[in-house]
Every structure is written in structure tokens, then in C-alpha cells.
Ligand binder design. Structure first.
Ligand code: PLP
Length: 482
């Protein structure tokens, strides 16, 4: 007996249903502004996703209905112009179409000789240009900067200790890694996952602009060397997650060259600002990094997920990840031809076609237009900062270096202030009008607005500001009567 394959029984019918789904998604994207940014998930709906695994299939039409009724209205909202929480990219309709095509093709980008791998290599060539890396540089797509950072640690480790640490694992080494106190948690996680222990991270104090203090860094390195530690890596931030501060990357590069340390840059948030001739000078020194991790899925507006690791000396990336395997033998002709398979440059074997949505986004908009959306985001962030400075009841908590604004509704008493601002954030989110997140700056819980979305306009910031002022007044603890 033969079972039918999984293709449609009637392609005509399937085609109509598929087109209808696409139309509904486009209509959703067009009308984002009329929808709440985010809304709480009803209990019954959540319970619907605790059902038994389906034994028999449903029609595509029924699934589309469920998707638009149950998934779309209750997603996190980062495509919406009022979303300023955390650091999320918005995506674009172009990116969506590219993702659809990539899934249709279902290419595996672990290696072999096919154009999808060439598309990924095209992005490597472009990335070299954007960041002023040499021809020796290699790179691969990753799920995000978190994985790219872990990979950079592995490359730096192999570059420093060579084959012995790859074969034996950590032995007697006492590695030390340096980053500012504002560094993203993904570095801490990477050091943990790399088996070095989180305690090998030395956090270095920052200056008034939240940038790493270079003198403090050099002192820490010297002190560690005297104590018998082995400094091997410095991580600079091209935009810290809390405040968007950009470390003095040129200064860090010089320090790393003098101290013979691996210089890694976390560019998740800001590196792609090099697409803007106005913003690019902020990143000066990035071209001297040994490795650079960044995300197309944040400010680059490519749909999730699309992170990237670029390594200056490609040979080091190869040495950190390549392993011979008979079933992956390379041929000079045929499907198994081609050198530099992406699987030699990272931990994954099977890999999706993230390159296509990135390539199409770049081809459709061009770096100039994408760079302009970043300039606009920085402009809006500065405007928001100015509006905050004009309100007595608000306090801006950090300089606006890029596209992030940290502020709080003033309130006497530290605990009261933290609770008040926490409450403002949550109630604002639940209102569906705007989403901001919170973080801690100068010891205080603060509201944090990150303008990453290309759809965000001045009117969205006004909604946010009016909302904060109204809620702040409503929730402020009553002043005791005089
Ligand atoms: C988002 C972010 C990361 C982590 O990147 P993912 O793509 O979420 O893994 C690292 N560093 C900074 C500064 C970030 O903003």
C-alpha cells in the first residue's frame, strides 16, 4: 500500500487559501496602528494551547483562522510603532516575503555547492566592507548575538590556547575577560557555557557617559597578570543594552593591541549604525576588532532570527570549529563541492536560509534608507529626552547616546520611586497604548524607551509621554498634608 505525499491534494484550492492567508497578513501589517501594541492573553485562550497532540490533521483554512484569531492579537507587539520595550526589531513586509520564499525552498545552509550558500557569502563580503574588515575575514549567520558571542569566546580561546584546549578542555588556565559594567548578560552566559565560569569576567567601571574607563581597564589587567591570571579577551559594546552607550572602541583596540588581547565587540544594538554616514563615526575603532557580533534582527529590521559573527582572521574561526567527518567529505565537483562550508565556521550543521531575508531586505531598501531609519530613531530619542527634561515631574537618568532613553517619574523615597515606575510600565503595557520596559540605572528602577522600530514617529512618543505623565500623577503616593 502507498500513502500519498504531504503536498496538497488540490493545488488550486491550496493556492487560493494560501493567497488569502497572505492577504490577511498584509492587511494586519497595514493596520498595526489601529491595534493595541500588546494585550494580556485570556486564560481560556492560553488553555487552548494545552491540547493533546493532533492525531488527525486540520484544514489549512481552519489553521489560518485560528492563527489570526488567537496568535496575531496576542503577540509581543514589536512590529507596532508604539513598541519601545527592550530592543526589538520591527521587521518589514519585504523580510516576510523573503522568509516565505526561503521556507518554500527549504535549503540547508550547513554547506555544499548551491546558490543559497553564495548568498550567505555575499553578506560576509558586504559585512567586511561595512565594518572595514580585511579580506581574511569570515563570518556566519547565527540565531542572534548571544550565540555569536559564545562563538567568539570559543574562537578567542582556540586562538590563545590552540589545539590543546580543544582536545583536553580547560586544564590549568586561569582566563580573564574584561567588559564594562554595562555589558549585556549574553557575555556572562557565554563564559558560563564555555566552561570558564562566570567569575572569569571582570567588570570595569564606566565614566559619566556610561563608557568603559580605559585606565581602570588597564589597571585591572595589570593587577590580574601580577596575580597569575591570564587575561585574554576584552569585550567592547557598540551600544550598551541599558543606555545605548558606545565604548571608546578605538581606545579599546589600542589597549588590546598593546596587551596582546582578543578584542571582541558586542554590536547587537548599534553596529549596523555604520550604514548611516552620520552615525558611523560613533563606531570608530570597530574596524580593529578581532571579532564582531551583531544582529540584523534588531536595528537592521530583518525578521527574527538573524544574528551574525564576523571574525577578522578567518583561519582562527575555522580552527575553532572545523572537525573532519567522513560523511561531510568535500568533493571537487558535484553537490559536495565548495570550500568554506558554513558548518566549518560555527557549531551548527543543519542551518536555515537566514541570509535570504537579510539579502532581500538590503537589496529592497539599500543601506542608505536603512541608515536613515536609524538616524530618525536617534533624532526621536533625543526629542523624547528633551521633552522629559522639560517636565519637572520626570527625570532623565542617562545621556541619550543613541536611540535609548532612560527616565523615571520622580517620587520621594527610593523604594516608592522604584515601585511607582514599575507600576507605570506595567499599566501602560496593559493599556495597549505603548510598551516600554524597565531597567536599573544609577541604582534606580527606570523606564527605558528604545526607539528601534522604523514605524515609530513623534506622535507615538507623545502617546508614551502623555501616558507616563497621567499614570505617574494617578499613582504617585499622596503627599502628607502640610
Ligand atoms: C540583544 C542584545 C544582545 C543579545 O542578542 P540576541 O540577538 O538577543 O541574542 C547582546 N548584546 C546587546 C547589547 C543586545 O542589545
Amino acid at each position: 500500500m502507498m500513502y500519498p505525499d504531504l503536498d496538497p491534494v488540490d493545488w488550486e484550492v491550496f493556492g487560493r487559501e494560501a493567497h488569502a492567508m497572505l492577504d490577511r497578513m498584509l492587511a494586519h501589517q497595514r493596520s498595526l496602528r489601529e491595534q493595541p501594541v500588546w494585550q494580556p492573553i485570556p486564560d481560556a485562550l492560553r488553555q487552548g494551547f494545552r491540547e493533546p497532540s493532533p492525531l488527525l490533521g486540520h484544514s489549512l483554512e481552519a489553521l489560518a483562522h485560528r492563527f489570526f484569531a488567537e496568535v496575531v492579537p496576542y503577540s509581543v507587539g514589536n512590529a507596532h510603532p508604539g513598541f519601545m520595550g527592550w530592543v526589538h526589531g520591527a521587521g518589514t513586509p519585504v523580510g516576510m516575503m523573503a522568509d516565505l520564499l526561503a521556507s518554500g525552498l527549504n535549503a540547508n545552509l550547513g554547506g555544499r555547492d548551491h546558490v543559497p550558500v553564495e548568498v550567505e557569502k555575499q553578506i560576509v563580503l558586504w559585512a567586511r566592507e561595512w565594518f572595514g574588515f580585511p579580506e581574511t575575514a569570515t563570518g556566519v549567520f547565527t540565531t542572534g548575538t548571544s550565540l555569536a558571542t559564545l562563538m567568539a569566546v570559543w574562537v578567542a580561546r582556540a586562538a590563545r590556547w590552540g589545539e590543546s584546549v580543544r582536545m583536553q578542555g580547560w586544564q590549568q588556565q586561569r582566563p580573564r575577560v574584561y567588559a564594562s559594567t554595562g555589558v549585556h548578560g549574553s557575555l556572562v552566559k557565554a563564559l558560563d557555557l564555555a566552561g570558564m565560569g562566570r567569575s572569569c569576567l571582570v567588570t570595569v567601571a564606566t565614566d559619566a557617559a556610561h563608557r568603559m574607563d580605559l585606565t581602570a581597564l588597564e589597571e585591572a589587567i595589570e593587577a590580574d597578570r601580577r596575580a597569575g591570571y591570564e587575561p585574554f579577551m576584552v569585550v567592547g559594546s557598540a551600544g550598551t543594552v541599558d543606555t545605548g552607550a558606545i565604548d571608546d572602541l578605538a581606545g579599546l583596540a589600542a589597549c588590546c593591541a598593546a596587551q596582546r588581547l582578543w578584542f571582541h565587540v558586542d554590536g547587537a544594538l548599534g553596529a549596523l549604525a555604520c550604514w548611516s554616514p552620520i552615525l558611523a563615526p560613533l563606531m570608530r575603532g570597530i574596524e580593529r576588532a578581532d571579532s564582531l557580533a551583531f544582529d540584523f534582527h534588531k536595528w537592521g529590521q530583518v525578521p527574527y532570527d538573524a544574528g551574525f559573527l564576523l571574525v577578522r582572521e578567518g583561519e582562527m574561526q575555522r580552527q575553532a570549529f572545523s572537525l573532519p567527518a567522513e560523511y561531510l567529505a568535500r568533493a571537487t565537483r558535484g553537490t559536495a563541492a565548495g570550500t568554506d562550508w558554513p558548518c566549518d565556521l560555527g557549531p551548527d550543521l543543519s542551518r536555515g536560509f537566514r541570509a535570504l531575508k537579510t539579502w532581500m531586505t538590503l537589496q529592497a531598501y539599500g543601506t542608505r534608507r536603512l541608515g536613515e531609519t536609524m538616524e530618525q530613531a536617534c533624532h526621536l530619542a533625543r526629542q523624547l529626552g528633551d521633552s522629559i527634561d522639560q517636565q519637572d515631574v520626570l527625570e532623565r537618568m542617562a545621556p541619550v547616546s543613541l536611540n535609548i532613553v532612560c527616565f523615571r517619574y520622580r517620587c520621594a523615597g527610593d523604594i516608592e520611586s522604584d515601585l511607582l515606575n514599575e507600576r507605570i510600565a506595567v499599566v501602560l503595557q496593559e493599556s495597549g497604548l505603548a510598551v516600554v520596559s524597565t531597567t536599573r540605572v544609577k541604582g534606580r528602577r527606570v523606564l527605558r524607551a528604545a526607539v528601534v522600530n522604523h514605524r515609530t514617529q513623534a506622535s507615538d512618543l507623545k502617546v508614551l509621554l502623555d501616558g507616563v505623565l497621567w499614570l505617574g500623577q494617578r499613582f504617585s503616593p499622596q503627599e502628607p498634608m502640610a
